[in-house]
Design a protein around this ligand. Structure first.
Ligand SMILES: NC(=O)c1ccc[n+]([C@@H]2O[C@H](COP(=O)([O-])OP(=O)(O)OC[C@H]3O[C@@H](n4cnc5c(N)ncnc54)[C@H](OP(=O)(O)O)[C@@H]3O)[C@@H](O)[C@H]2O)c1
Length: 261
């Protein structure tokens, strides 16, 4: 039985994936601040922003670890100009430092097993989303970080893969920090933009779709470097190669710019 560790396993994509992989025969350890309610996942309470907590959680795992899935993540909505510094620090701490902490702690285990790191990025890391600039920034960072780490660790047989889900129906929408409600300059546009995004998320795919892609990637001897989840998102990412940045920026302005005023 192969052992995997997944962060953010208390809800959404992490919970669905932990349960799916457990049913497929993996032993699953879930790291999150709160303990989830799945009997299929062995929860180890852990805030990924603390290297010490990550180290302690890994010490509790006695089996060889085949794969680590960095899934824990948070979002912010709001204009760049008025986003509170502590909110920017929080998203960078969870979405970037958290991933780095887990990779650093996990690598000695994964070098031993020639294991896998799967980092959950986002299509928002490939397309710049206004009023979610800090989210796009962290997810773009995860893609490039994963590619560099893949090259560094390849000689040891370790592979690092980024999964890019599109809109997925989870608690992510309600958990997003919003930094715009009182903003007299950007508030109306930020609200329109976020409302559109939230509607898309609420109509989004089931997290199990992401879980199935993760499972497929885990089974591959030679896994891909990046996988986008969802046909329409795959198509968008493909189209991006053929259009100019100016055109893409214009399309994103029309979609998520919240009007031109
Ligand atoms: N939903 C979407 O449309 C979508 C699209 C693309 C990518 N993604 C990405 O998918 C991942 C999972 O998101 P989701 O949609 O499943 O959202 P979610 O339902 O809000 O789940 C987020 C998970 O992250 C955990 N988490 C947050 N901060 C943490 C911390 N400091 N330490 C440990 N765990 C922490 C949460 O658990 P605790 O609160 O218990 O710690 C929770 O289990 C994220 O990386 C997100 O960016 C989501």
């Amino acid at each position: 039985m192969k052992t995997i560790v997944i962060t953010g396993a208390s809800s959404g994509i992490g919970l669905a994936t932990g349960e799916y992989l457990s049913k497929k025969g993996y032993k699953v350890y879930g790291l999150s601040r709160s303990v989830g309610n799945s009997e299929l996942i062995n929860y180890l309470p852990c805030d990924v922003t603390s290297k010490e907590e990550v180290l302690n959680a890994f010490k509790m795992i006695k089996e060889d670890i085949f794969a680590v899935i960095n899934n824990a993540g948070v979002g912010i909505g709001g204009p760049v100009e008025h986003t509170a510094t502590e909110d920017i620090e929080k998203i960078i701490n969870v979405n970037i430092i958290g991933v780095v902490n887990v990779c650093q702690v996990a690598l000695p285990y994964l070098r031993k097993t020639k294991g896998r790191i799967i980092n959950i990025g986002s299509v928002a890391g490939d397309m710049a989303i206004p009023f979610q600039a800090f989210y796009s920034l962290t997810k773009a960072g995860i893609s490039i970080f994963s590619e560099a780490l893949n090259i560094e660790t390849r000689p040891f047989g370790v592979r690092v893969i980024t999964i890019l889900p599109g809109d997925t129906k989870t608690s992510f929408t309600k958990n997003r920090t919003k930094d715009y409600p009182e903003d007299p300059i950007y508030g109306r546009r930020a609200k329109m933009s976020l409302e559109k995004m939230e509607k898309d998320e609420e109509k989004g795919m089931s997290p199990i779709k992401v879980s199935k892609v993760i499972h497929k990637v885990l089974k591959k001897k030679k896994p891909p470097i990046r996988v986008t989840v969802g046909f329409s998102y795959k198509f968008l990412v493909f189209l991006k190669r053929f259009v100019s940045f100016r055109f893409l920026n214009y399309v994103l302005l029309k979609m998520y710019g919240g009007g031109n005023e």
